[in-house]
Design a protein around this ligand. Structure first.
Ligand code: ATP
Ligand code: ZN
Length: 286
């Protein structure tokens, strides 16, 4: 039988859409009927398993799945036989400690002897240990933010992105324990066939991610400005320069990093660039 790489992604929740989008942009043709537990990718040796995100590290340790996409927070909390293969640049959030708004929080030592409600007991106990604090940990699996209000705990440790959930529940964020984003994890024991498929997939993910961060740029400029403009937008190797039918002018094509674009545009204009077009790139192989 042909080798398949089994990739576990979240069945539903905050990681689902981003995980699917990433795999689809990498050219994997996935049909996911509602409620399906697994599906065979039609054009790539990959099988997708749809699971609860919290279960994915264990499935990988048990070699039921080979690769998975989870939050870094879950990867660290579960602490299974998994290796972090790649950070994926979506589902960015942080794991923070929060206390009731009315508390006079003075610093970490405030937590001494208190009770903390969380779904992340491993991470919290490591954090307390590192800071030499003794506090109780009350593990609950959901709705952690209501714990202080109902007298279950003095503080919570939970995922925060904008902080609005904390605010609604009368809490304030007091310490950031961990920054997290979606990550690809894998079993450390993949055979060579599976490793090869994983490498192909990672190659495609890199091409997709580079493309997202870069834009194709076209502009017209007087010939004498070509050298200066090239120094500002050198592109992948060097820009393409083509003569315009108007004498003394050229069209210059290059690639520019999205984050640099607005800084560079004034410079390009001052060198005489005109008719600047910026176009998205779909895939980029460096
Ligand atoms: P499941 O039912 O699969 O167990 P869940 O409730 O544990 O789902 P989600 O809320 O879907 O999980 O979150 C999954 C992951 O997404 C989290 O572990 C975290 O890494 C990330 N995440 C959670 N909340 C946010 C947020 N507000 N913004 C960005 N990323 C988030
Ligand atoms: Zn979960």
């Amino acid at each position: 039988m042909k080798t398949n790489l089994r990739i576990a992604i979240q069945k539903s929740g905050r990681l689902q859409e981003g995980s699917m989008a990433l795999l689809k942009e990498s050219g994997l043709s996935i049909s996911n009927g509602r409620g399906q537990l697994k599906t065979q990718v039609r054009n790539f040796p990959v099988e997708i398993l749809f699971l609860r995100d919290d279960d994915i590290p264990q499935y990988i340790e048990d070699q039921v799945a080979d690769v998975g996409i989870v939050g870094e927070n879950v990867f660290i909390e579960k602490n299974k036989q998994n290796t972090l293969v790649k950070k994926l640049d979506f589902a960015k959030c942080r794991l923070s400690l929060a206390v009731s708004k009315s508390e006079n929080y003075t610093g970490i030592s405030w937590l001494e002897g208190k009770n903390i409600a969380t779904s992340y007991p491993t991470i919290v106990s490591q954090y307390l240990k590192a800071n030499n604090i003794k506090a109780g940990i009350h593990e609950i699996s959901g709705s952690v933010e209501i714990a202080p209000g109902i007298g279950l705990a003095d503080a919570i440790c939970d995922i925060v992105s904008t902080g609005s959930t904390l605010l609604i529940n009368g809490l304030k964020e007091v310490e950031v324990i961990l920054q997290s984003e979606a990550v690809m994890i894998a079993s450390p024991n993949l055979n060579s066939d599976k490793n090869e498929i994983l490498d192909q997939l990672l190659f495609r993910l890199d091409a997709v991610n580079s493309a997202k961060n870069n834009k194709y740029i076209l502009l017209n400029c007087p010939d004498e400005a070509i050298e200066k403009i090239t120094s500002v937008i050198p592109g992948m190797k060097s820009p393409t320069v083509m003569p315009l039918s108007r004498k003394g002018w050229s069209s210059l094509h290059s690639v520019v990093n999205e984050n640099d674009f607005w800084n560079k545009i004034d410079q390009l204009k001052s060198f005489g660039a005109e008719g600047i077009l910026v176009i998205p790139i779909e895939k980029m192989i460096l």
